[in-house]
Design a protein around this ligand. Structure first.
Ligand code: HSE
Length: 313
């Protein structure tokens, strides 16, 4: 990336994330080894430049509606320095597909907050950044793993967010199939019911608890069924043609489980690194999508253990 002489500059890398992981709706998330990059310079003048390359570059707002700027501005407000920095140069290089359920909006928010915080001398710690990121994003399940890395469990309590992050003791491979259509989170949330049955709530609580216990303890025998969900995927099925068949294909090829990645449209399957089944699972998922006339590509990823990183200051 271009070198600026301005020392109000930081370069950061933020991982794409997969939220829900099946049963952990709005609660569980995992950081993955696909990254977006931000080169931020804060300016005292009004000059404002947004320059994006990579995934979805033509769709990223160039003006102050830009999500990274919104996050930078929110942080400047939080620390009382919004009058000092009126402009910015925002250069991004994105690898995370846009509007596909891999946390692209979270990367924009977390990158803006992390870079601006670094430039200002780190007035906020990671929990402070999480609070602002959750406020901007509306829920913590993508921003938490983007900040902390690993697998995260997050709860909201009276507007306050609390996160536990850990590296699973099972070496997971994540197989993400990226279909050639976008899905807006707003639409994917609109199809959900306002209330759910006690039976479905118990179904999810038991599986989400089993999933976290199995990953913390390193017991992969407990994982089959632990990725299943009754609270959101049955309702979102109609938005992702072939969803059930892609899940079945992944499991028949040896996956431990499969789920919608975040609010979709990507579907994600989980296997262990030792199984060496990831290529087979990826091909099976792409073929099952194709049988429903959906073109897709597969990404084979690991769990990112580091979260947002400062690359240059
Ligand atoms: N938990 C959210 C959802 C993730 O499923 O709607 C969206 O980013």
């Amino acid at each position: 990336m271009k070198n600026f002489t301005d020392n109000n500059r930081a370069v950061v890398r933020v991982p794409g994330t997969s939220a829900n992981c099946g049963p952990g709706f709005d609660c569980l998330g995992v950081a993955t080894t696909i990254y977006n990059y931000l080169d931020l310079t804060l300016l005292r003048s009004n000059k404002f430049v947004v320059d994006s390359s990579g995934e979805g570059a033509d769709k990223i707002p160039r003006g102050k509606r830009n999500l990274t700027w919104q996050a930078v501005h929110r942080l400047l407000q939080e620390v009382g320095r919004e009058d000092e920095f009126k402009g910015a140069i925002i250069r991004t290089k994105n690898n995370v597909p846009l509007s596909r359920g891999l946390g692209s909006s979270s990367t924009a928010i977390v990158a803006g907050l992390t870079a601006a915080n670094e430039i200002l001398g780190s007035p906020l710690d990671k929990n402070g950044l999480l609070k602002l990121a959750t406020e901007i994003e509306g829920h913590p399940d993508n921003v938490a793993p983007a900040i902390f890395g690993g697998f995260t469990v997050s709860i909201m309590n009276q507007g306050e967010v609390q996160t536990f992050s850990f590296m699973p003791r099972i070496k997971l491979k994540l197989i993400v199939t990226v279909p050639d259509f976008e899905l807006s989170t707003r639409l994917a949330r609109k199809v959900l019911p306002k209330n759910v049955s006690m039976k479905d709530a118990i179904f999810n609580i038991s599986r989400a608890s089993m999933l976290v216990a199995a990953l913390v303890k390193g017991n992969e025998k407990l994982l089959p069924f632990a990725f299943d969900d009754a609270l959101h995927q049955p309702y979102r099925k109609k938005l992702v043609p072939g969803m059930t068949e892609v899940f079945d294909a992944a499991k028949s090829a040896g996956a431990l489980g499969a789920a919608i990645s975040g609010a979709g449209s990507c579907l994600i399957a989980f296997t262990t690194a030792q199984s060496h089944l990831e290529e087979k699972i990826a091909s099976a998922m792409v073929a099952a999508f194709k049988a429903h006339d959906v073109k897709s590509k597969a990404l084979i990823l690991n769990v990112d253990g580091r979260g947002a990183q400062i690359l240059k200051r």
